[in-house]
Ligand binder design. Structure first.
Ligand SMILES: [Zn+2]
Length: 217
């Protein structure tokens, strides 16, 4: 039965090859998922200036159900002394489709102007529920946070430091970091962005339409 043993060995080798191919494809699938997530975390710069592939974001957030608090609402500085130092879609925030944001700072003495000392290290709060993605020392966003779910994402730029870890789940009002002046910034402020998933693409929105100057969440 020499022939029989040889055939049985051939089958075994064939099965081993199948297992190897399976393991390899698992590895490459996981690898490309990882690349999609890393691409998502890059908030700005180069090709990442275009809205990121929605598939990557859905992949990050799909294990999380989207509740009533998934929509951004409220002032990420949660202060009645918040002032806007640069408006939506103007200056470095143009074009709004790519860079739309409002720059927020604190007027500590009530003179109507931003006060750097009162703004620096002011706490920043999540305005929506979602999963945190951190980017450290990027350009121009500096220390940056995305909070994202499958419907909405908010961006927080130029932080002095983080109050959350990568991949953490947060809810509106959770402390996520502190205002700074990292990246392309001439003084302490929070660059705050709101994006909405529409027709399979991320569309930039005016944060003032989401209560960005209204304390409370
Ligand atoms: Zn800005």
């Amino acid at each position: 039965m020499y022939g029989g043993r040889r055939d049985s060995g051939g089958v075994r080798n064939f099965m081993l090859a199948l297992v190897l191919i399976g393991l390899l494809s698992l590895f490459f699938t996981a690898h490309s998922d990882q690349e999609a997530r890393i691409g998502l975390w890059a908030p700005f710069g180069g090709a990442a200036q275009a809205p990121v592939a929605p598939g990557g974001l859905v992949g990050v957030a799909k294990s999380r159900s989207v509740g009533a608090d998934s929509r951004p609402q409220g002032n990420p500085l949660d202060s009645r002394n918040t002032v806007i130092t640069q408006g939506y879609g103007v200056g470095s925030h143009a074009p709004a489709t790519t860079w739309g944001a409002v720059d927020l700072a604190i007027d500590g003495n009530g003179d109507g102007a931003a006060e750097p000392a009162a703004t620096m290290n002011h706490p920043i709060y999540a305005t929506q529920s979602g999963i945190v993605a951190l980017t450290t020392d990027s350009w121009p966003a500096g220390n940056h946070i995305w909070v994202a779910n499958s419907h909405y994402r908010t961006g927080y730029s130029h932080l002095s430091s983080f109050g959350v870890t990568d991949g953490q789940s947060v809810h509106p009002g959770d402390l996520i970091g502190y205002v700074g002046s990292t990246g392309q910034s001439s003084g302490p402020h929070l660059d705050y962005q709101v994006w909405v998933m529409q027709g399979g693409e991320w569309v930039n929105q005016n944060p003032l339409d989401f209560g960005a100057l209204d304390p409370g969440f």
